[in-house]
Design a protein around this ligand. Sequence first.
Ligand SMILES: [Zn+2]
Length: 270
Amino acid sequence: MSVRGGPDRAVRALPVDEVAPGVFVATAQAYTTTTTVVVGDDGRCLLVDPAVSVADLVALARWLGERGLTPAAGWSTHPHWDHLLWSRAFGNVPRYATPRAAAVAARDRAALAAAVQDEAPGHDLGLFAQVEALPGRMIGWPGPRAVVYPHDAHAPGHGAVFLPGSGVLIAGDMCSDIEVPLPDLDDPDPFGGYRAGLSTLAAIPGVSAVIPGHGRSGDAAEFRRRLAADLAYLDAVAAGTDYPDPRLTEDWLRAEHARALTRARATDSG
Ligand SMILES: [Zn+2]
């Protein structure tokens, strides 16, 4: 442990990119997890998937404060623990998810909170996973139009957010440059469900930038490239074929890949 930097090291600034005017992406070290900040009217902002460590949320709150931004609402893209976090510093504002995701978050709250304690301990669990079902498809907030595209790829009730004004797609855990597709293997049809989710995203008109939940943002051409790469991966794995995807770089990803293949082969022989 280095003494250099002192206690402030833990809350060092997160790298933040502006991917389109008024749309900022902060990237945490753990799992290359992204948080998206959409700037709205009168210093308000929409906060999507704030993550991941306690120190990361402190750094995010500081970053917002330095720019005079106050969250007006939160959005959780899907009911996995690293997308349901919150800090008191962000205020007591409505936090939304799709109705299906909100129901799963409520049902699985205890198990999800246990995962937080394992992976990113110290969060205020009283604020964890407190998302409400968004009525309709538009996030009501004082800022750019934010349209939700629900599907069931990767997790039930996954809700991508599209900002038609800037063409930015906040994809949640889809369209990553560093992770292969991770189908929801609890779903009766994980590969079909994932393909349907990709089709939903591919049909959104006017995407000029994509922000994955883990990884780097990309432009329109990169969005199309990732959709094609994800479909190629899914087609191979769903057919039970091992596939040398260049994104299979870490042990946990190779383990998920093996689980998906096992599932596909079991389905084939059943
Ligand atoms: Zn996820």
